[in-house]
Each structure stands twice: as structure tokens, then as C-alpha cells.
Ligand binder design. Structure first.
Ligand code: ZN
Length: 574
């Protein structure tokens, strides 16, 4: 199939995937964090790179950098609308390249055959940022300089098509040409050592499998964490990775560990991971929540009970400490221990002895204690409610577990995990999660942390239609009073709060200025009016048509078309 495609992809719809959350210092393109870099900084870095490693090596590095970004966007374009026209999907790449500020792409000629994964084409690039960077620092060049853009085009097309497609720049404005011109075709059709180009410059060691989701491949980086996973210990954010590093370091020792973090951050999962990675892994892991009892009941439960010590105590029994002998005792909410229990626990840690309620001989125990608390423990120490000596004994190795809002880049991974888990548990098929839902999750504060995310996703999986999409309405929870605080790019290029959210107006009609400030699309607006009219007429198309001043066939045609559009837009598979 030979075509001269127009870049008919809706730039508004693509821009809506770009969201700015200045409060968190995060820019997101769908679920990948992005970076705005000054041209002057980029040009200076590029110059220094060339001077440090030479032009050839710098070129290869920048090509690989572009390749990584292009691969990521190629995966995004593939999963965005998996069942719609492949050429239309493909053209998202040139649009994304422009949205990301690299270059404007104009098609010259294009061959595209989805049946054979064949893609070849010629394109013109205007406004290349690399040309500007090069001219600024080096003046005119003897060879093309748009290296990372070429890497991007190659990475994007190859991941999208599922086979190596190599691009080369045949004219470049940095050489004095009127514009940059690139040509791309399958690697095997390049005669002159294109394979070497690919292997040296673009790191083709990864298998070319279009079914491999870039997200999954990236998630593979956190493989050690996944090994310890019981569902909640998943991530690749800096906060998560450094916590896992601490856990990995302290796990093989016998040092007591104090896990501090808000409710729901995964303290129990971390304690289990510590146990599994320790030399006590085959011994018991005993969990006790110190907040569930007090006084004699707490004493008996934790340290054991001698016969006759309490009314009704007909036989002696051991407590959690003795049951954990040889293994790990995990004490949750340790700040809730009363003074007597604190003294007894200190004896366990210092002397390796436990004394049951009701006296008797102290019994020797050898175990590792992992304690967990919220930041309230420190307040209890300051207030004199918690023994300082016990605190220092327990906190030989303190680990702070970051709240979810400080590791938002793990949310996509956790989301995917929980959706898969709950879909299996509730026997539901979930095809995708809508953009609006992902955007909400990436900006929500999560006071209940991972536990809250987990419940929210379980509820959403139950509410979503079978074989359907989780959308924003399925995510609302009683706690989420705040609407998401993010900015996205309007058609006019301005950042606007809430981006594509429906514009509201006090008189019930959207203000035209507000509409135009958002990612307004006449087609979407028309579809919404039609949908509202049909809804008001309880599905009676003739009545809705009268209200809109059109004939029934006219309305029926537009209504069917709008439904199709909506379904396409809802698709955003993992
Ligand atoms: Zn160029």
C-alpha cells in the first residue's frame, strides 16, 4: 500500500496524555515521567559530550538516547488503540516527536503494509532542536547532526512495526540544506552496513518483539524486588529501590530492624521480605499487632502464660515470643506496648530470656525482632511513654518506608499488578484503564497509601464492565474529596488546570473561552451534546432529533458514529 499520509492524528488527544503536576515536580506522558530541558543546557551538554568522547561516540550515545524515547513512544502508540487502523496509530509518532519539542515532521512518501510489518518512508523535519544546538556550539556541519531524532525515529518505528526499521538523515539543515530529510526502511534493505549501524549505534541486543510491552521490559529492571513480592513490594522508583537496597543489606544479619511509615505503606510485606531473605527463612515468622490488647491479655499473648496465672488459665501456654524462637518476631504498632510489656521485651532483646505471665523460670529464646510503627513512636519516646533504651535497641537499623505519594512512578506497576490480581480473583476480564483514571491515580494523594490503592482497584475491577475499561467513575472512593490537581496542554499551547476535564459553568452551559482553553474538539463536543440529548429523551432518537433540530436519520448516523469514536477513545490497554 502506497500512501501519502497526512498527519491526521488529533494532536489535542495526544497532548492530553501529557500532564504537568508542578506540586510533585512531575511531568507525565501517559505513565512515563518526562523532563523539560533548556536548549542552552542541552547544547552545552552535547558539546561537552563530543569533546569528552569524540563525535562518533557522542553520536552513538545520543542515537541510543533517542532510541530509548522512541521505543517507549512506539509502545504507547501500539497500545493506545490496539484495534484501530495501524497507519493512523503509527502517525502518532511524528506528532509525539513534535509535542516533545524535538522536531516537526512532514510526510513526503510512505509505504505501509501492516500485514507484512513493512514500513518505509521519506519525511521532512523542520525546527530540529538538535540543529539549533549544533549550530549554536559548532556552526555548520559536514554531516547530519540530528542524531537523537534519528534514534527516536528508528526506535519508534521498529517497536511499532515489530521489526528493525532503520532511519537515516540524508539532508540536514545544520549542513546548509533548506531542511532535514530522513529516509527509513527495513534494516535488511539498507545495503551499506546498516546492520552495523543498528548494532553499534542502536543497541539491538533486545529481541524485536512487538508484543513485549515497553512498560513490562522497564519493570523488569526491578526484578530483585519482584522476587520478594507478595503483591505490595513492587516498584522501581528511587525511594523504593533504596528501601529494597537497605532491606537486602540488613536481611542476612540478626540486627533488629525498625520499619517506620504511615499506615498502608507495606510494613508487613517488608517484614516478610526481611524474613524471607534472612538465614531464618525456614524458621517461623510470627506476626503480632501490639494495638490489639493491653495489660494481662497483652502480656499473656506476647510472652506466654503459666497455669493458674489468670482466672481460667487451666494450662500453661507459650506466647508469640516463644513461638517465634529461632525465627522472626514481627511487632506491628510497637508504640502501643505498655510499660510492663516494654520491660519484658527489653529483656528478650538484651538477655535472650522470656518470662511468662505468672512467673516461673525465664525461658531462653533466640529470635530476631522486627518492629514497625508510625512516626508516633518517636513522639511516644519524647513524651516518656516509650522507653528510650528499648527504642534504641529496636532501632538498631531503622528503615523509613516512603508514602505512595513520594513514589508515584511505581503507581503504574502497582496498578497493573492489582488489576491482574483482582481480575483473576473476581473472574473479570479488564481490557484497559482509561487515561482519565490513570491521570487521577498519578495525582491523588493516597492518604491510605498502597492499602488504599489496592482497595480502590479491587472496587474498580468489580464495578467495571466485563471485558471493558476501568474509568474514572469506577475509582471514586469516600476519601477522595479532592479532584486531581494536574495541568495539561491546551490547544493554544497553554497549561491549564485539569486539562481535559469537562468545563463547568454556573449557568449550565460551558463558557466558550474555557472550552477553547482546554483541549477542545468540536467533534467531541458535538458527541457530548448528542449523547446528552439522547439521554434526556430516554433513548428515543426521534424525540432527541426534534430537540436538536435535525432529522432522525441525521441524528442516528451521528449517534452511531459518536459511539464508535467513544469506544476507540476508551481503549487504552496496558
Ligand atoms: Zn538534521
Amino acid at each position: 500500500m502506497n500512501t501519502e499520509p497526512e498527519l491526521g492524528v488529533d494532536i489535542g488527544a495526544l497532548s492530553a496524555r501529557l500532564r504537568f503536576n508542578p506540586e510533585d515536580g512531575c511531568i507525565w506522558l501517559e505513565r512515563e515521567r518526562m523532563l523539560l530541558v533548556h536548549l542552552s543546557a542541552y547544547a552545552a551538554f552535547r558539546k561537552e559530550l563530543i569533546e569528552a568522547v569524540g563525535q562518533e561516540a557522542a553520536k552513538r550515545m545520543l542515537m541510543r538516547m533517542g532510541h530509548a524515547g522512541g521505543s517507549s513512544d512506539g509502545a504507547l502508540a501500539r497500545r493506545a488503540r490496539p484495534e484501530s487502523d495501524m497507519l493512523t496509530n503509527f502517525l502518532a509518532g511524528p506528532r509525539l516527536h513534535a509535542i516533545e519539542g524535538m522536531v516537526v515532521v512532514e510526510p513526503v512518501a510512505h509505504s505501509f503494509d501492516p500485514a507484512t510489518n513493512f514500513q518505509a518512508g521519506e519525511w521532512i523535519w523542520r525546527n530540529s532542536i538538535e540543529v539549533e544546538a549544533h549550530l549554536k556550539e559548532h556552526g555548520l556541519s559536514k554531516e547530519p547532526v540530528c542524531w537523537s531524532a534519528i534514534g527516536y525515529a528508528t526506535g519508534y518505528t521498529s517497536v511499532f512495526m515489530g521489526r528493525p526499521i532503520l532511519y537515516r538523515e540524508v539532508e540536514c539543515r545544520a549542513m546548509g540544506h533548506a531542511q532535514c530529510r530522513i529516509v527509513g526502511k527495513p534494516a535488511e534493505l539498507w545495503e551499506d552496513g546498516a546492520r552495523d549501524d543498528l548494532q553499534n549505534g542502536l543497541c539491538l541486543s533486545e529481541p524485536w518483539n512487538s508484543d513485549t510491552d515497553h512498560w513490562e521490559r522497564t519493570a523488569g529492571v526491578a526484578a530483585p524486588a519482584l522476587e520478594w513480592s507478595d503483591g505490595r513490594l513492587l516498584g522501581m522508583s528511587p525511594n523504593f529501590v533504596s528501601t529494597m537496597d537497605l532491606i537486602g543489606k540488613v536481611a542476612p544479619t540478626d540486627a533488629p530492624v525498625l520499619l517506620v511509615g504511615e499506615a498502608g505503606v507495606g510494613k508487613k510485606s517488608s517484614a516478610r521480605a526481611l524474613h524471607r531473605l534472612s538465614k531464618r527463612a525456614r524458621q517461623p515468622f510470627v506476626h503480632f499487632s501490639c494495638s490489639v490488647a493491653s495489660g494481662d491479655a497483652l502480656d499473656a499473648e506476647l510472652f506466654g502464660l503459666e497455669k493458674g496465672a489468670l482466672a481460667g488459665a487451666a494450662v500453661s501456654r507459650n506466647g508469640r515470643v516463644e513461638r517465634a524462637n529461632g525465627g522472626t518476631l514481627f511487632l506491628e504498632d510497637v508504640h502501643c506496648l505498655d510499660a510492663r510489656a516494654q520491660a519484658k521485651l527489653l529483656r528478650v532483646l538484651q538477655a535472650g530470656e522470656v518470662e511468662r505471665l505468672g512467673g516461673g523460670q525465664p525461658r531462653p529464646v533466640k529470635l530476631r525482632v522486627i518492629a514497625a510503627s508510625t512516626p508516633r513512636l518517636m513522639a511516644a519516646v519524647r513524651d516518656g511513654c516509650f522507653r528510650e533504651d528499648l527504642y534504641y535497641k529496636l532501632s538498631a537499623f531503622p528503615i523509613r518506608l516512603a508514602p505512595l505519594r513520594e513514589r508515584r512512578s511505581d503507581i503504574p506497576l502497582l496498578l497493573k499488578h492489582f488489576v491482574t490480581e483482582f481480575a483473576g480473583r473476581h473472574d473479570k476480564r479488564i481490557r484497559s484503564v482509561a487515561q482519565s483514571a490513570i491521570a487521577f491515580l498519578l495525582t491523588y494523594e493516597f492518604p491510605g497509601n498502597i492499602a488504599e490503592l489496592e482497595s480502590m482497584i479491587e472496587r474498580a475491577v468489580i464495578l467495571a464492565p466485563d471485558a471493558g475499561t476501568i474509568d474514572l467513575s469506577h475509582l471514586s472512593s469516600p476519601l477522595d474529596q479532592d479532584s486531581p490537581r494536574f495541568f495539561s496542554v491546551s490547544r493554544a499551547g497553554r497549561l491549564s488546570m485539569g486539562g481535559t476535564e469537562e468545563p463547568a459553568a454556573t449557568d449550565g452551559t460551558p463558557s466558550l473561552d474555557r472550552l477553547l482553553d482546554g483541549n477542545f474538539s468540536l467533534e467531541t463536543f458535538e458527541n457530548e451534546i448528542i449523547a446528552r440529548a439522547v439521554e434526556r429523551a430516554s433513548g428515543n432518537l426521534s424525540a432527541a432529533a426534534r430537540e436538536l433540530g435535525m432529522t432522525r436519520p441525521q441524528l442516528a448516523y451521528r449517534f452511531r458514529k459518536s459511539r464508535g469514536v467513544e469506544e476507540d477513545e476508551a481503549r487504552d490497554a496496558f
